[in-house]
Write a protein that binds this ligand. Sequence first.
Ligand code: HEC
Ligand code: HEC
Length: 260
Amino acid sequence: MRLIFGLLVMAVWAAGQGHQATPLPRQQPTEDPAAVERGQALFKSSCGFCHGDDATGARAPDLLRSPVVLRDDGGNLLGPTIRNGRPDKGMPSFTTMKDDQIAAIVAFLHHQANLALHSNRVARDYPLARLLTGNAQAGKAYFDGAGGCSGCHSVTGDLAHIAKKYSPIELQQHMVYPSGNDVSKTATVTLKDGTEYRGKVVHQDEFNIGLMCDDGWYRSFRADEVKISEKDPLEAHRELMRKYTDADIHNLFAYLESLK
Ligand code: HEC
Ligand code: HEC
């Protein structure tokens, strides 16, 4: 497609030689429809929660007016933005996204930006108004019930005052993509008598495992005397978050945002 566009540019350029050079009309939607369609699906699942399914902004900026999108040429700016994210500003990095997936998202964004450019839509929803679209009560019910969040979290324990700890933008990021700052691995250690300790693995070698337990105490165990089950909490969390519907996530966010 880019090649075709390039040839088109050359053709117009060649045609313009000798005459008054005509400025190129702003590029009409030229993206490959199949790529756009694929990109739309990817965008919806990976980006839509924050940027809005149509990219016009939700809790994160409207991308159709973003200089990054408007100045991007075939992914040269968008690619790095997606890969690296802006972790300090609430945009997660998508380090594992494949080139063809990024290319599809780029095609979708250019397509959308072009449509917006050629449409007369003046009034846009004010992005911030969309931030708290969920229902906190429904979020609470979901947290304690079907969502299973309370199996790992407690709003009076680890998530107490979470909305004070993070700005709304950060909170949504940590909820959907908990970052690995101080989180490495958690493990559950089961003693012979059945007692279980769960916590962060802060030390591990052939013989011992040391946990910072959920009750705040550090405990060390002989590896051959206990049963250890480990998991990567972040991966599990991402898997989980993919299962929830948009409405669930909006409700959960409204609920967590109320935990001042
Ligand atoms: C958890 C929320 C979140 C997700 C998911 C997310 N973003 Fe972002 N994104 C943000 C925030 C917040 C910013 C603004 C960062 C800043 O202020 O610099 C941003 C900024 C951007 C920008 C730069 C906008 C500009 O003009 O500076 C682009 C482009 C972008 N995101 C694309 C994407 C794409 C594509 C995806 C999916 C692959 C995605 N984002 C997923 C939150 C998110
Ligand atoms: C299988 C266990 C598990 C389940 C179920 C689970 N989480 Fe998590 N969650 C974690 C782990 C582990 C972390 C990362 C460690 C941490 O930050 O406490 C985390 C992090 C978070 C954070 C960021 C906390 C912080 O202080 O940065 C939020 C918010 C969160 N989860 C919300 C939820 C919600 C909402 C649900 C239910 C929809 C849920 N989690 C379900 C294990 C779980």
